[in-house]
Design a protein around this ligand. Structure first.
Ligand SMILES: *Cc1c(COP(=O)(O)O)cnc(C)c1O
Length: 401
């Protein structure tokens, strides 16, 4: 069981086929990972925006090791220090309210949907307007909020209480509002939908619209949160605040964890017994998340993210000039997409053959999510590998000769 092919065969025999894994990985450090054959890959997926501080960051590893050897789990029948401190940190960085902890992005969004419904309940308001092309998770409620038919197909009847509008189109949201509407749900940057940032006009307009109509503005920060865009949270790229937002992916750097963060007034809608999670906010996840916050702060990763983003985008734009099949670069911080004319998967596969791991976002977008502490040399390496991959797929100068 030490060869890639053996591991893949066993996996395929016993793990349900909901995924299509490619390479087999056995260890990692920073932005490099290895397969069992000791080949090195430059990891520009970061476990899908999870390892924002890189693989096995020593400070995070130490925090997890120390906590798991001290107190691993208590349930929420008891007070624990880490959960209190983490809720304080996240609240102070954002809405000055309160947090609820769970174990994943889908679960965090479920909690946010429940909070919105509880808030609107007495007024008979329950419907949530989400965006076409969005992604909010795979539970029944969150896949219904997800505005993509391919995610919903085969699972009907879907829960009621969801409506859809066009992203970055305020009139479309206005048209979807009715007497049952309770909230509008957006991603500041649509991730799975193709790395599409919300326009400032849209977000500011939504805040105003929600205030006028008595609706909540909710942000799904599961992918674009935790420094990914160069701000702590994606919505902080805009001059307004949501009423609540969710975190997961990078929150605890690979220890499964989700969070719902809300304003003080909205937080107090949840009363004892209304929502719960056995594992939520367990000491180990909280220790990991606190270490992640420390690392981002101490290593100045927000500013670094913006700098590395500029450099990476500049390099990618060279490919837009060079290949007619490469159409556009989309980026907010180190959430970066390269839009191509044909199959993005073909480019992702060719990159992997060249030693660079990236992923797709939809059919036509190659998505790059390097760790926030990626170095300039790593960006240069990635651009070189991507260049070779593009040459091999589209035919570069050598191929043309
Ligand atoms: C990944 C993701 C989710 C789902 O998170 P899980 O942890 O897989 O449940 C929800 N929203 C967004 C924006 C995501 O990127």
């Amino acid at each position: 069981m030490s060869k890639s092919t053996d591991i893949a065969a066993l996996f395929d025999q016993y793990v349900m086929h909901t995924y299509s894994p490619t390479a087999t990985l056995v260890d990692g450090s920073g932005c490099k990972v290895h397969n069992p054959e000791k080949n090195t890959f430059l990891d520009f997926t970061s476990g899908i925006a999870v390892h924002n501080v890189g693989h096995c960051h020593p400070k995070v590893v130490k925090a997890i090791q120390t906590q798991v050897a001290t107190l691993g789990h208590t349930s929420n029948l008891f007070y624990t220090t880490g959960q209190a401190l983490l809720a304080q940190r996240l609240s102070k960085l954002s809405l000055n309210g309160k947090c609820f902890f769970c174990n994943s992005g889908g679960e965090a969004n479920e909690a946010m949907i429940k909070l919105a419904r509880a808030w609107g309940h007495e007024k008979g308001k329950y419907e949530i307007i989400s965006m076409q092309n969005s992604f909010h998770g795979r539970t029944l409620a969150t896949l219904t909020a997800t505005g993509q038919a391919k995610v919903q197909k085969g699972f009907d009847p879907l829960p009621i209480g969801f409506a859809y509008a066009e992203f970055n189109n305020l009139d479309s949201v206005k048209a979807a509002i009715n007497e049952h509407t309770v909230a509008v749900l957006i991603e500041a940057v649509q991730g799975e939908g193709g790395v599409i940032p919300a326009t400032e006009e849209f977000v500011v307009g939504l805040r105003k619209l929600c205030d006028e109509k008595g609706l909540l503005l909710l942000c799904d920060e599961v992918q674009c949160g935790m420094g990914r865009t160069g701000k702590w949270f994606g919505w902080q790229n805009y001059p307004v605040k949501p009423d609540a937002f969710t975190l997961a992916k990078a929150l605890a750097d690979g220890i499964p964890m989700g969070a719902l963060v809300a304003t003080a007034a909205l937080s107090d809608v949840f009363k004892p017994g209304m929502h719960a999670s056995t594992f939520g906010g367990n000491p180990v996840s909280c220790a990991a998340a606190l270490a992640v916050l420390d690392v981002i702060e101490e290593e100045g990763l927000l500013e670094h993210t913006s700098k590395m983003s500029e450099l990476f985008v500049e390099g990618l734009n060279v490919f837009v000039e060079k290949y007619e099949q490469v159409l556009e670069v989309r980026a907010k911080g180190l959430m970066v997409g390269l839009v191509v004319e044909g199959s993005a998967k073909e480019i992702v596969d060719a990159c992997r053959d060249n030693g660079l791991l990236c992923c797709v976002a939809g059919e036509h977008v190659v998505r790059f999510l390097p760790p926030l502490n990626v170095k300039e040399t790593n960006i240069e390496e990635a651009l070189e590998m991507l260049g070779d991959a593009l040459d091999s797929v589209y035919g570069g100068e050598e191929a043309a000769e």
